[in-house]
Design a protein around this ligand. Structure first.
Ligand code: DC
Length: 232
């Protein structure tokens, strides 16, 4: 008999490296990886393109009234082997990683009707288990019965440094101060919103990776995952 498949829920603050470790885990276990942040970012891009949100206003009603026009899908990029997000069949993987999208996404993610739509889709993706999903509410709302829940954190300074390097490498012209401001601001909105605020599930294992290398972190988490699968 094959090994039992489980659900691995990874939550935590922004830029804690959730997606890096989630991708490594999914590859090692041959599980599906789902980046739920990409789904909220895709809805944000849709709202930006349609003029529902900008620096000075947010027309929440207009977004809610157009939610049924948003169709999200993941598709594997054969070159990288990683899933990329499609918005109404357009690959927008690159466009959703900008600081501009990051500036609006927490407001979009605070809208209950947006959350309801995306959570339903996420739950369907996990029906057959064998999945690693990262986000803010995976262990608390999407899969409260996930076999393994991790909650990742690191200091805001460490996280902003990592994100700053990442954006710079991609050629985005941003300052460290802007990135730090965005990290702190998103933490605040994500943790204080009414619907599904970011919090650690009681049964989640907390991982502070401020002082861990990627390799150390991966080894620690892979061990936890294998132990959990053996017990499932
Ligand atoms: O993980 P990320 O930085 O790509 O997420 C983008 C935003 O989406 C983040 O500020 C909070 C929101 N989000 C959420 O509310 N729930 C999730 N499950 C995933 C992301």
């Amino acid at each position: 008999m094959g090994e039992k498949q489980i659900i691995i829920a990874i939550d935590g603050h922004s830029s804690t490296g959730k997606s890096t470790v989630a991708k490594q885990l999914a590859k090692a276990l041959e599980y599906i990886y789902v980046d739920t942040g990409a789904m909220y970012r895709a809805v944000s891009l849709y709202a930006m393109r349609n003029g529902f949100i900008d620096e000075s206003h947010f027309d929440q009603k207009a977004l809610e009234n157009n939610l049924d026009k948003i169709y999200l899908k993941f598709k594997i990029n054969p070159q990288t082997g990683l899933a990329e997000v499609l918005l109404n069949d357009e690959n927008i993987e690159r466009q959703i990683r900008t600081l501009e999208v990051s500036r609006h996404v927490s407001k979009i993610a605070a809208v209950s009707k947006v959350r309801k739509k995306l959570v339903e889709q996420q739950q369907k993706m996990g029906e057959d288990k064998g999945i690693v999903m990262d986000g803010r509410d995976i262990g608390t709302v999407v899969f409260p019965n996930a076999e393994l829940k991790l909650f990742m954190t690191a200091t805001a300074k460490d996280r902003a440094e990592r994100r700053f390097l990442e954006l710079n490498e991609r050629g985005e012209n941003v300052t460290y101060e802007d990135v730090l401001k965005n990290v702190v601001n998103r933490d605040h909105i994500d943790s204080t919103r009414k619907d599904s605020p970011l919090r650690k599930a009681e049964d989640a294992i907390k991982i502070d990776n401020s002082n861990l290398t990627l390799q150390q972190q991966f080894e620690q988490i892979l061990k936890l995952a294998k132990e959990t699968i053996a017990k499932a």
